[in-house]
Every structure is written in C-alpha cells, then in structure tokens.
Design a protein around this ligand. Sequence first.
Ligand code: CO
Ligand code: ZN
Length: 332
Amino acid sequence: MKSLIKKLVETVGPSGYESRIREVVRAEVEKYADEISVDAMGNLIVKKGEKKEGGLKVMLSAHIDEIGVMVTHVDKNGFARFTTIGGVRPHTCYGSRVRFLNGTVGVIGGEMLENANHVHAIEAMYIDVGATSVEDCPVKIGDVAAFDRPFEDLGNRLVSKAMDDRVCAAVLIETLKNVKNSPHELYFVFSTQEEVGLRGATSAAYSIDPDLGIASDVTMTGDTPRGIKMDVALGKGPAIKVKDGGMLADPKVVDAMVQCAQKHEIPYQLEVLLGGTTDAKAMQISRAGMPAGCVSVPTRYVHTPSEMVDINDLNNAVKLLTAFISETIKLE
Ligand code: CO
Ligand code: ZN
C-alpha cells in the first residue's frame, strides 16, 4: 500500500493534465478489469462483473487530478506569473517548489511586502525557474505545474502533496483487487478535473448511468490544536459522509454503510464537513438523480503541499468498500 501511494502521489497531474497519472493507475488495474476505457474527459473507467440477482449498477469514483498552477505571463527577466488550478491558497505558496510537466522545477517567490507578517496575494507572487529572460525561460504561457514534495513515511502517518485524492485512487485499486463474487456490475472510475468542479465525474456518471454512486475522497479533521470544529480524527477509521458543502448523502446509503461497517467490525466515523464536496455530488444529481454517498479518508492540511493521512484509515477504507460492494445493498 505504501509503495503504491508513493508512486501515485509523486506523479505530476494537475486538473486537465492527467495523462501521466492515468497511465500509472492503468498499469495497476489492467489485470483486474473486465473492460477498461478512457472517455473524452480522460476518465479511466474500469468495469468489473455483471449485474446478478439482487445486484445494482454501481459507480465508484476517486479523482486522479491534483491542484496546481498555470503560467499566465513570463516577464522580460524570466519570472513567470501564474494562476491557480483548483483550491490553492496563497499562504501555502511562498517558498514552495513546483514541478512542470516538462520536468522544470521552480520556486515560488513574491514581491516585497509592506508588512512582512502579511501573506502575498497570488498576483504578487511569481515562479522563479532560474531563467534570466523570456528566451531562456523553459516554461511559457499555459504551462502547468503541481506542487513538488517527496512522499514521507512517518510510520502510521504518511505525508505528501496530492494525498487528495491519490490515496483514494489507491483505496479503489486495492478494493478492485479484493472484490470477488459481487452481485453488482461495478464501474471503478478514476476521474479527472474534480478540483475545478467535479467535471470528469459529471460526464462519467452520465455515460455509465448507474443505480448507485459512491465517491472516495479526502475529508478534513478537527483533531489538531485549535482546529476546525469537526468530529473526524486521523486514525479512527474511514469517515462515512453525511453532509458536506455540496451534498446531503442519501440517508439510506449512509445507513447501509454504517450497518456494513458494524457487521464487519470495521472502525468508522460519521462525517459532517462544512465546506468542500466530492464526485458524489456530481453522481447524485446526474440525469434523473441517484442514491449517492462517500467513503472519506481523514486528512490533515488538505490542499497544502504536506497532506497527512493514517495508513490504518486507508486499510479500513479498503475493507469497508470491499465489504460494501461484495454484498447486496438494501436501499429501502
Ligand atoms: Co481537493
Ligand atoms: Zn479531493
């Protein structure tokens, strides 16, 4: 699991530029798939099994894109101004390093601040790739980069950029490997462009037209000093989403997941997240709508270059999802 996560998080793939990470995932899932396809949005769709007696058509989704930056302008001294791709906050930028698709590494610097304790606005920062002019600058307008940090194994706790949502891609990969004799027709979707508005999952849900949608994504935690008021902690199990900023999970799906966790003695937490949302929202309101829910991985420092997860939560998320989709799902 740890080596799979390292491989996934260290691959560069901001929203809209997921081809590299998609190939990494494809290599992992190929031999477990009945059918595998890539749609126009770049979603990698892995089909497994056929709908049997009492079964449903189930779409599971984890996004493979990550937040990043895009060059808007290179000035005459070779400094690149940038805009953000997804929810990049200014206070995570200054002094960070970014890595472009072409391998170029840059440092984010900023203009002089009147008050050194203030945070630079995005517009007051630039990427310094070591160039001295437009001509010798190895990046140009429209080039994209992701934050650059190595994966660190702290024991139970793991730290890296892009844990959001590559850890859940790893959870789906492991679930796909584990699931046997499911009554359901399963579609494992490794979706694109989630960070810019659930765009990949929106088109995938339309084309697959499932009976039930389940996302897997990271959620925040309330277990840090003077942290947000939230009853989710690292290491206490995957979180079954009840509500987030964009969705009220179907209570029947929540109940079915809770019962499954209890039956199999898998630790779990209930999640009420005030902001943010996941691919489950796109599924829930696709076409005429469908029951939808989400199994979340508690994560500290979401959308910073050092997102922290607990390996036990990941293993238990795999157990929960595997058990959930291996049995008939009562949605009455
Ligand atoms: Co995110
Ligand atoms: Zn995410």
